[in-house]
Design a binder for this molecule. Structure first.
Ligand code: TTP
Ligand code: MG
Length: 241
């Protein structure tokens, strides 16, 4: 069954340790193709929500649904695999660039991998590597820059062609030019897919369909950038402060 990328949380409570709840009564709904952004101070629960969208953990209470299928409690690895993830520190393994991209979809052809790299805006830098797509990466891609590793992560997600995505924006400083390349790749990857973005730069969440402002495990404000600015609450503070 093909998923559309519709994701819904209903009254979700979660704690890594059942005695210590870190997410309280989370409700949210993402229509297929929408971009949802999470902002909020450190420890607010942004990564934890995306861990649950991924079904890395069982939840204590509530429901998580993809296309109306409740996956909150039951292990459904097939559904989980349907999400693409671009994490801050993508694990690259010792092997060629091609194999590292193919990891997103193990039966992908070389052509599919190259197409994904082009979409991700990674093709040009790969072509300039000593052996192009056959360049062997050392452990964890140590012979690449951080921005290049991110472009490969985007290509890896693109080759899987998932209906929904989780993007964890890098906090650490990459130069402006690389950052522009990465955000171009990410925009291309997000087009037409439900995207959950953990944004560290408020400038990148402005075009989100809904921004979730989190604090201490709760969503305390939500809306578009303009709506939240008008509200003159926490988001406004974050944005103007
Ligand atoms: P996070 O969900 O990690 O908070 P965050 O992603 O909003 O913070 P940051 O901006 O720094 O990335 O944490 C929420 C709470 O859950 C916090 O009390 C730490 C705890 N936690 C764990 O106990 N185990 C985990 O694996 C994670 C990710 C968080
Ligand atoms: Mg986090």
């Amino acid at each position: 069954r093909e998923l559309t990328g519709e994701v819904e949380f209903e009254n979700v409570d979660f704690g890594y340790n059942p005695d210590k709840i870190v997410l309280h009564d989370i409700n949210m709904y993402a229509k297929p193709g929408q971009k949802i952004a999470f902002v909020g101070s450190t420890g607010a629960g942004k990564t934890t929500i995306t861990n649950l969208i991924n079904r890395f953990y069982d939840i204590q209470d509530g429901k998580i649904r993809y296309d109306n299928i409740n996956i909150g409690k039951i292990k459904k690895p097939d559904l989980r695999r349907s999400l693409g993830i671009v994490l801050q520190d993508t694990h690259l393994f010792t092997g060629t660039v091609m194999d590292n991209i193919r990891y997103g979809k193990l039966d992908a052809t070389d052509e599919e991998c190259i197409k994904a790299a082009k979409l991700a805006n990674a093709h040009d830098f790969i072509k300039r590597l000593p052996d192009g797509y056959n360049t062997v990466l050392t452990g964890d891609g140590a012979n690449l820059s951080q921005g290049q590793r991110q472009l490969l992560a985007i290509a890896r997600a693109a080759v899987a062609d998932p209906p929904a995505l989780i993007l964890d924006e890098a906090t650490s400083s990459i130069d402006t030019r690389t950052e522009a390349m990465v955000s171009k790749g990410m925009d291309a990857l997000m087009a037409g897919r439900t995207s959950f973005v953990i944004a560290h730069r408020l400038s990148t969440v402005k075009d989100a369909d809904c921004i979730m402002v989190m604090e201490q495990g709760r969503i305390i404000e939500r809306g578009t950038h303009d709506q939240l600015i008008d509200m003159k609450g926490r988001y406004y503070q974050l944005y103007t402060g």
